[in-house]
Design a protein around this ligand. Structure first.
Ligand SMILES: [Zn+2]
Length: 672
């Protein structure tokens, strides 16, 4: 299909260009996106999307938006990018059914369980894997592609070389963010907002605690607040390496912002060039946090990436006018045929779309036959539509008469048919197949360091240690995979895995979908970490079918929600990682001789920060989950322990406390 954009740019059209994908938080922003030259837009309807504070669209609103987009040759994607609770699964399918029938082009999904259900009931509904799926290597993208995602939105932390490897190796469309807000934590791996105030980022409720000041190594600062990203200097490279879609972040942003950013990137893409100095200044005037960063893309990962919204930035953006955005009309070509004794026929053509409709019979005129001009006048009354008249051709017998009301009806039918993009409605009934799996009940523990593991670990069936800290001859029989492994890092990871395997290690906790195939191939017995954000039964099914023998369910679930998933594993002890950062936050403050320190928030809560594989950081929650005296409430589950900053003696004491069901007087977090 030729798009509206393409019809305006037939010359530049011949060069293969990535799609420009723009956000639409509301109807005004949608107009801004289309007017700014988006090839596609993405938006959230009022349920199940990661921007619950955006205005969003009603389901009727989505249907209207779809008609408008399609009239302009613009594709429309709807976000369904949050973790889904078991009890919401039928509502999700009903909701998807409505989106499907409105003619939405694709869904952006993050929950593996929802993905599986949608695939099952709507096999022809195009799925895009959200950035919340945490894909940062080729295996991850390929995994999702083989299981039905036409496109994968890759992690924002990728550098150019790793992005290119994914584009070349994944076999599917790759979508990459090029402009807008950055998260400090790797997407899909942030529990910070949930841990601090109960507002879950994975459920679209992020309270942005990363924008607050913290204290690290005696210094105060905004160590978790990244500047917005902008790859405006790399547009030609992104096209060359084969990125299919360039995504602008900002479903909370105004129409002016969306229009401004979209039109700037549009002219770069059409001109096959990067941003000019003037364009960069314009982008900055629309919104910035002390400038932009391309640090991840160019592999310059340091404190220059940090920034907050300064008073100067706010003043700069105040000058943006709140002008009304109106879309240009699209030229509609029409061809009418009016022959005596035959039904009237009207064909309209626009953007490669064609609609033909048949109307009332044409009669022979007794006196005063209709002129061609009067017919054209009726057919080109396009006032309230996205169209204006283009070439109009009339074929008619000499002496005809047809009522003006018939001509109007003919025109209306034809326009409606042209704008009608809906599909046939399809019902989907959710039926869980969950109970076919063997339930496991065992005790497992992850230790961050091998030195931490106490003498007696007979309490546990499996003892995992972080892979890069594994040492032969220790008491670990399992390894815990690094949460982020870029393509360029696999070689060293595979070597570590082979060494551990040779030493008799048989268990592995996979922390990301991009690890499943390799771990299985190497013969490990694999468990799925809580990092898979498992919220529902189809998600467990999905992972069990992939060969996982246990699944650690999301610590965000309440006890009542978790019970739906009994027979899996719950975290009964430990400071759960609340952020995994691609950038070392300690480097900016204390230097990296230790890479381990504490970060304190404004309320005095203290978070352990640890350097991990690849010089990334894990920030652990300030309080541990503690259930030693409440184990009767979780008896239908396997029990998983996380040891992070504890010493070996402290680990031994905790195990003892769990053996004896002892309460504690420390500040703790319960599974409620
Ligand atoms: Zn460091």
């Amino acid at each position: 299909m030729r798009s509206y954009r393409q019809s305006l740019n037939t010359m530049a059209d011949k060069i293969l260009k990535p799609e420009l994908l723009c956000p639409a938080g509301d109807t005004e922003a949608l107009l801004g996106a289309i007017a700014g030259g988006a090839d596609a837009v993405y938006l959230g309807a009022d349920l199940f999307n990661a921007r619950i504070r955006a205005n969003n669209f009603t389901l009727d609103g989505v249907a209207d938006a779809t008609r408008l987009c399609h009239a302009y040759g613009v594709k429309i994607y709807v976000t369904l990018n949050i973790a889904i609770h078991e009890r919401e699964m039928q509502t999700v399918l009903d909701y998807v059914s409505s989106l499907y029938s409105s003619g939405v082009d694709a869904l952006i999904v993050s929950d593996l369980g929802a993905m599986r259900e949608i695939r099952k009931h709507f096999p022809d509904f195009e799925l895009h894997a959200s950035t919340q799926c945490t894909v940062h290597n080729t295996d991850g993208a390929r995994f999702l592609h083989i299981r039905g995602c036409k496109r994968v939105v890759v992690a924002r932390e990728l550098d150019r070389a790793n992005m290119e490897r994914i584009c070349k190796g994944a076999g599917c469309e790759i979508e990459a963010f090029i402009h807008g807000a950055h998260c400090m934590s790797v997407s899909g791996q942030c529990l910070m907002s949930y841990a601090m105030g109960g507002r879950s980022g994975n459920r679209g409720e992020c309270a942005q605690p990363c924008r607050l000041p913290y204290r690290i190594c005696g210094k105060n600062g905004y160590f978790l607040s990244l500047k917005d990203m902008s790859l405006s200097d790399h547009i030609t490279e992104l096209s060359e390496i084969g990125v299919s879609s360039l995504k602008i972040e900002g479903r909370m942003k105004s129409a002016d912002y969306v229009y401004g950013v979209a039109s700037t990137f549009r002219s770069m893409l059409d001109g096959g060039r990067n941003a000019t100095v003037k364009e960069k200044a314009h982008l900055s005037s629309l919104f910035s946090r002390q400038g932009f960063s391309d640090g991840y893309f160019v592999n310059k990962i340091d404190s220059s990436m940090l920034g907050i919204r300064s008073e100067e930035n706010k003043a700069e953006s105040r000058n943006i006018s709140g002008r009304e955005i109106s879309l240009p009309k699209i030229k509609l070509d029409m061809h009418g045929v009016f022959k005596v004794g035959m039904p009237s026929v009207l064909t309209a053509t626009v953007n490669g779309l064609t609609a033909t409709v048949y109307g009332d019979m044409v009669s022979e005129a007794v006196n005063a036959p209709m002129t061609e001009e009067s017919i054209i006048k009726s057919l080109t009354k396009l006032g309230n539509t996205p169209y204006c008249s283009g070439n109009v051709k009339i074929e008619k017998d000499e002496n005809i008469i047809i009522r003006v009301s018939s001509l109007n009806a003919l025109r209306r039918d034809c326009i409606n048919k042209l704008l009608e993009t809906s599909r046939e409605k399809r019902e989907a009934v959710y039926a869980s197949t969950y109970n076919r799996y063997k339930k496991t009940v065992m005790r497992t523990a992850v230790f961050s360091r091998i030195e931490q593991i106490p003498e007696d670990v007979s309490y546990f069936d499996r003892v995992y240690v972080y892979l890069d800290r594994y040492k032969a001859g220790g008491r670990a029989n399992g390894i815990y995979m690094p949460p982020v492994i870029l393509d360029s890092e696999w070689e060293s990871v595979e070597k570590m895995l082979r060494d551990a395997k040779a030493d008799g290690v048989i268990y592995a906790i996979a922390t990301n979908i991009g690890q499943i195939d390799r771990l299985k191939k190497m013969g490990f017995i694999i468990s799925a970490d809580y990092r898979f954000n498992v919220f529902n039964r189809p998600c467990v099914d999905y992972l069990r079918d992939e060969g996982f023998d246990t699944v650690i369910i999301s610590p965000e679930l309440t006890l009542a929600q978790a019970r739906e998933l009994s027979g899996n594993s719950v975290i009964v002890y430990g400071n759960i990682p609340v952020m995994t950062t691609h950038k070392c936050i300690i480097k900016d403050t204390a230097g990296c001789d230790r890479c381990n320190t504490y970060m304190t928030d404004r309320m005095g809560a203290s978070f352990f920060c640890e350097g991990i594989f690849g010089h990334r950081n894990i920030i652990y929650n300030s309080v541990p989950v503690y259930m030693a005296d409440k184990m009767d409430t979780v008896r239908d589950f396997s029990h998983h322990f996380i040891f992070s900053s504890e010493t070996r003696e402290q680990c031994a004491k905790i195990i003892e406390a769990y053996k004896r069901g002892m309460p504690t007087d420390k500040k703790i977090k319960r599974i409620k």
